[in-house]
Design a protein around this ligand. Structure first.
Ligand SMILES: *Cc1c(COP(=O)(O)O)cnc(C)c1O
Length: 394
């Protein structure tokens, strides 16, 4: 729901939004009907709405199993735990991401090992991954940044050669594909987020897709304290003692979240097509600006177009972040690299210069408004403001 006169970027003004899109009224009706259904049923967690959503996600991703959970952060943590990745293990990942990616590795007890990104996409550079593998490496955790899938085939090859798992951070990339592969299609697990800023949202929420049924079972158990059967199954089958077979978490998805998500899932392709058009308009509009570039979409790739970012000269970036909101244009920064954040600097002793490409993108990136109901004339206002602000520069 857009604030009047304010064109929101991802988290402009700290107000996360559920954009209902151009057919907003119909979507709103379906959401309200879903919420009423949950209230009438009395099943609020791990009930039929959750199961239907999980089935819908598995279908959409063409992966056998989907397990809903409380957040994208929990999805990553549960996936790592279910693969027995923990203390003493290293996980190769990108420094150009939201800190949730790296925190999940640390919460699992493992250590992140950062590898720099490609200049063209901002994604983990597969060519540098093999050289970073050590005897302690157990997994590769690529982030499909802004919705653009990493080179999954190359990463899978490297993983297979070294006996590693691949866990995808697909928080931006529910709709993405590359070379005919979707998230979870070649990886051991792919993790989605349904946080308020994501392409579909339950306010909070997440999901893990996996192909291996035993792994799916383990993720389900870990999401409910490691208890051998979930409360709904117990209720269904009469009384049975439960056992705690391992130490798990409390990370369930609720039926209210699922009722919000299901009608959005049904519209992901239409909403993606709207964002795709907007992104192409941005790309055309900024193509002639000196010192400015957009990231590219690799051949054979369908980007989920989660975030549109413009790379401007680093010297002007923070001025733009200051000036655009004063013209009613929301901005965000996705992302300042994780290894330069205070807590990470202290803990890992990493310095500026360690991952130059990630740092360059982090210093130049400005996220512009992108959501299905953004109108052309509103987008023109954004384009005009950016061009005007950059034109006055040397
Ligand atoms: C949002 C996000 C997450 C975490 O998802 P939550 O649902 O907020 O926990 C992880 N990785 C990336 C890249 C994200 O953008």
């Amino acid at each position: 729901m857009n604030l009047e006169n304010q064109l929101n970027s991802e988290e402009a003004a700290g107000v996360p939004i559920l954009d209902l899109g151009r057919q907003g009224a119909e979507l709103r009706e379906q959401i309200v009907a879903g919420l009423a259904r949950v209230c009438a049923s009395g099943a609020f967690v791990l009930g039929p709405e959750v199961v239907q959503l999980e089935n819908g996600i598995a279908d959409y991703c063409q992966v056998e199993h989907a397990v809903g959970c409380a957040s994208g952060s929990d999805a990553l943590l549960l996936a790592l735990m279910a693969l027995d990745i923990g203390p003493g293990d290293e996980v190769i990942t990108s420094p150009l991401t939201y800190v949730a990616t790296t925190n999940a590795i640390l919460h699992a007890g493992a250590s992140p090992r950062f590898v720099d990104v490609e200049a063209s996409t901002g994604n983990l550079d597969a060519a540098q991954v093999a050289a970073a593998v050590t005897s302690r490496t157990r997994a590769i955790l690529p982030v499909h940044l802004y919705g653009h899938m990493c080179d999954t085939r190359a990463l899978r090859d490297i993983a297979d050669r070294h006996g590693l798992f691949v866990v995808e951070d697909a928080a931006h990339c529910l709709e993405g594909q590359r070379d005919g592969v979707r998230p979870g299609g070649m990886a051991d697990a792919a993790c989605f987020s349904f946080y308020a800023t994501k392409n579909i949202t339950g306010g909070e929420g997440g999901a893990i897709v996996v192909r291996d049924p035993a792994l799916a079972e383990r993720v389900r158990r870990l999401r409910s304290q490691g208890v051998s059967r979930d409360a709904f199954a117990r209720h269904d089958q009469g009384f049975a003692h439960y056992d705690v077979v391992e130490i798990g978490y409390k990370a369930n998805l609720t039926d209210i979240q699922s009722a919000l998500l299901r009608p959005q899932l049904a519209r992901v392709e239409a909403r993606l097509a709207q964002r795709e058009r907007l992104c192409r308009r941005y790309e055309r509009a900024f193509a002639d600006l000196p010192g400015v570039r957009c990231l590219s979409v690799a051949p054979g790739t369908t980007s989920a177009r989660h975030v549109f970012t413009l790379l401007v000269p680093a010297a002007f970036r923070d001025d733009l972040l200051r000036d655009l909101p004063s013209e009613g244009v929301g901005v965000a920064v996705n992302y300042r690299p994780v290894h330069l954040m205070g807590a990470y600097r202290e803990r890992f002793g990493l310095r500026r210069g360690a991952f130059p490409v990630a740092e360059e993108i982090g210093a130049r990136t400005v996220t512009l408004p992108l959501y299905p109901s953004l109108l052309r004339r509103e987008q023109d206002r954004v384009i005009d403001a950016v061009r005007r602000r950059l034109a006055g520069r040397p």
